[in-house]
Design a protein around this ligand. Structure first.
Ligand code: DGL
Length: 274
């Protein structure tokens, strides 16, 4: 993984942003599925978490980041953050003249495709669950599914602490997921950037019959479709460049980021917004 600036004259990069480092799980999947595309990733580490913040604040932050990414010459934007997608996708699509992909619709699509008995659970931050964005997206695809939704705010700090396989996290997961087990869900949407790292533990708590949906794969596939439809895809022989930008503390980004990206990050630029 390199941190080189996108070279002058190089094909325009994909802009990806998140409230922090969690969205690197989505960046990882984009890099895997679209190996010729350059990526600029912005993590708003100075203002994370977005989960408990008001929709207006999250929209303001998202707008600032999208403007910054546009200044950097991106050809499209992927909102890797579930909370920012829930609150700001519509606004950014109205205000920015480029393809904008969020993580909620792809996650909903994958869940509707995966469910066998039509009972889907959704977990996410307080903001995501309160917004009802997943319910709306799932019902738009299939109005007959049953949905059980629950905010799991403690998961984000537990993952950032590295406690992805820890008795405390298992205890918290059992508490949060009890209503899902009672409701007999067959599919669970991991509606937060951090939750894919808890997949093994959540699978253990829920048992093998519940399918776990991580929207990263489907989001990357939707990004590929959007670029193709707008004739914006990079050439098959293009050499990709990757830039990682954070609004605070490059050290934490470097240390934790590797876990989310699944590969080394060699350098992080700092850019303060707002
Ligand atoms: N990135 C956020 C999300 O996916 C989780 C962290 C936060 O609360 O900012 O909703």
């Amino acid at each position: 993984m390199v941190s080189a600036r996108v070279a002058r004259g190089a094909p325009a990069p994909i802009g990806v942003f998140d409230s922090g480092i969690g969205g690197l799980t989505v960046a990882h999947e984009i890099i895997r599925q679209l190996p010729h595309e350059s990526v600029i990733y912005f993590g708003d580490t100075a203002r994370v978490p977005y989960g408990p913040k008001s929709p207006d604040t999250v929209r303001r932050y998202s707008r600032e980041i999208a403007s910054f990414l546009r200044e950097q010459g991106v050809k499209n934007i992927v909102i890797a953050c579930n909370t920012a997608t829930a609150h700001a996708l519509g606004t950014l699509r109205e205000e920015f003249d480029m393809p904008i992909v969020g993580v909620v619709e792809p996650g909903a699509r994958a869940a509707v495709a995966a469910t066998r008995r039509g009972h889907i659970g959704v977990i996410g931050t307080v903001g995501t669950i309160k917004s009802g964005a997943y319910e709306r997206a799932i019902r738009a695809l299939n109005p007959d599914v049953m949905i059980t939704a629950r905010a799991c705010p403690l998961f984000v700090p537990l993952v950032e602490e590295g406690w992805t396989d820890h008795p405390a996290t298992r205890l918290v997961a059992k508490e949060y997921l009890a209503p899902m087990l009672e409701a007999d869900i067959d599919t669970l949407v991991l509606g937060c950037t951090h939750y894919p790292l808890l997949k093994p533990l959540l699978g253990e708590v829920l048992g093998p019959d519940v399918r776990l949906i991580d929207s990263a794969e489907e989001t990357a596939a939707e990004t590929a479709r959007a670029l193709h439809d707008e004739s914006l895809a990079a050439a098959a022989d293009a050499e990709p460049n990757y830039r990682f930008i954070a609004s605070d503390d490059p050290l934490q980004f470097l240390q934790l980021g590797q876990r989310f990206l699944g590969g080394a990050i060699e350098g992080v630029e700092i850019r303060t917004l707002g």
